[in-house]
Write a protein that binds this ligand. Structure first.
Ligand SMILES: Cc1ncc(COP(=O)(O)O)c(C=O)c1O
Length: 370
């Protein structure tokens, strides 16, 4: 199987450097920060059985509230949204199908689609358009082999969020061609303007959506994600889940239910959006001090900045050199098939981000005589 470069280099190096700027989410919560003393006490009494394998009903109820007219039967709880993505492709695709994938993109779907004997086709967002989709170009990619249009919204890595008109246009193209929309919405909730982005489920019915608690909720370690979609698809997806992992952890489901409760959820999202806004100011100041070194279109959501750099070096070489010589780790654009770009996580604590950025810019200036 094609190596999933982005995940592999992160796994290899993120714990070996002084400044890991590859994190794509927010500084994670501790259990003590998230739970009350009573809840921590209650957790000790949990029975550690398998639980309901498609997800505890109260948890699925809570997740379904994030969508219009859905109930617990429209939800499958998974181990991270990565398992949700894997299961969804297995459920919806057949060998030989074409899948149009919004790019740049967290490249998990690309690898899975290829491995299944389907053909991934890139639908490119371009910096010249400030990452807005070229809808005419998308329409031109649809053929009678197209089974699905897969989007990542809010987008990893550009932070672009589709507006209502763009979503409606994509939905009407999908409807005309009778194809699925698959929408990875794991960054929903991490919008800089504090307004929750619209789920594709709200604009189209032949849609399956993935979501999870790893990004906007800063809880990647509990590995809770989900699929939301038509009952029949979710029921079939559950069969795949029986083969992949049976169920998610009982402790994780307990924590997830608290995180998604109306009492706790708004506070989590506010904490992370505040962090993002504050760090974006810091990042913009830092970029303006670097002359023409970077070109940057600020994200509308998500925990990262995707920037073009104006020095003559391949992005993987730049990332490797910074990691090995300066102990600063950034994601090379090569992981997205976009050499000339780097991705920097901006969901971290401010001081850490500033220190890492400063170390990086000093090293670049020295090496390239800027
Ligand atoms: C767009 C996107 N989807 C899915 C995932 C998988 O995340 P998880 O399995 O932790 O929910 C990631 C992780 O970086 C991501 O960026």
């Amino acid at each position: 199987m094609r190596t999933f470069e982005l995940e592999r280099i992160q796994s290899l190096y993120e714990n070996t450097v002084d400044y890991n700027l590859t994190e794509s989410g927010f500084h994670p919560f501790s259990l003590a920060e998230l739970l009350t003393p009573d809840q921590l006490q209650e957790m000790q009494q949990l029975t550690l059985g398998y639980g309901q394998t498609n997800g505890a009903i109260p948890l699925r109820d809570q997740i379904s509230n994030l969508y219009k007219q859905y109930n617990a039967d429209n939800i499958l709880v998974t181990n991270g949204s990565s398992e949700a993505n894997f299961i969804a492709m297995s459920t919806l695709l057949n060998k030989g199908d074409e899948v149009i994938i919004m790019c740049p993109n967290y490249m998990q779907l690309w690898g899975i689609v290829e491995e299944m004997g389907c053909t991934p086709i890139a639908f490119n967002l371009r910096s010249e358009d400030k990452w807005a989709p070229d809808l005419k170009a998308l329409e031109g990619l649809i053929s009678d082999k197209t089974r699905m249009i897969a989007v990542c919204n809010p987008n990893n890595p550009t932070g672009y969020v589709l507006n209502k008109a763009e979503m409606d246009a994509i939905a009407s193209m999908a409807k005309a061609a009778d194809v699925w929309i698959y929408s990875d919405e794991v960054y929903r909730g991490a919008e800089l303007d504090y307004k929750e982005s619209t789920s594709f489920q709200h604009v189209y019915d032949k849609v399956v959506v993935s979501g999870g608690l790893s990004k906007a909720y800063a809880l990647p370690g509990i590995r809770i994600g989900w699929l939301a979609g038509p009952e029949e698809v979710i029921y079939n997806a559950w069969s795949y889940h029986d083969y992949t992992s049976i169920s998610t952890g009982t402790i994780s489901q307990y924590v997830a239910e608290i995180a998604l409760s109306p009492q706790v959820r708004p506070g989590i999202l506010k904490r992370n959006r505040d962090m993002l806004n504050q760090n974006l100011v810091t990042l913009k100041q830092w970029i303006s001090q670097q002359g023409d070194l970077f070109e940057f279109i600020p994200p509308k959501a998500g925990g990262m900045a995707f920037m073009k750099y104006n020095i003559d070096i391949n992005s993987t070489k730049l990332s490797t050199w910074l990691r090995e010589q300066e102990s600063v780790f950034i994601v090379p654009g090569d992981c997205y098939g976009m050499d000339g770009y780097i991705r920097i996580g901006i969901g971290e604590r401010s001081e850490y981000l500033i220190e890492g950025l400063t170390k990086m810019s000093m090293a670049i200036k020295e090496k390239f005589n800027l």
